[in-house]
Design a protein. Sequence first.
Length: 156
Amino acid sequence: MSKEKAVVSLENPDVKEAAELISDGLSEHKTLVIIGNCWVEYHGRASSKLEAGERIVMVKEDGSVLVHRPTGYEPVNWQPPGCIFQTHVSDNVLQIRAVRRKPPESIRLFFDRIYLVSVLNLIDSGEFALYASEEDMQKAILFEPSLVEPDFKPIS
């Protein structure tokens, strides 16, 4: 993968093509987005299995992993930053293993169909500023209910 390219994508690759691009992206600590038919096994502080389905998987440059279903904003499986990755193909199934040493845990992702693989060189130096959290807004409304509308009386 060229270091100059900001994005490299493959549409409907075979699993061997996808594995090569994914392996290169992981070794270069790039951000990856993988969309395809995926199932997941997790072992660590607990154990879980996610049966096959079409999923959106993100691997971030810090080594974190997020597995999303087509709906909802929270991942159904994830690994925090600091993972070490292994990839291989067996019987036309791509396996990506992400391992953390402390605490000891691993997540294994299996793909038998891949619709899209994108490897990205993302740059983000923007500052983040939070001006009011949801909790702050709730407290403000309870303190001054008329912020919502005159004569508004919250129940709780």
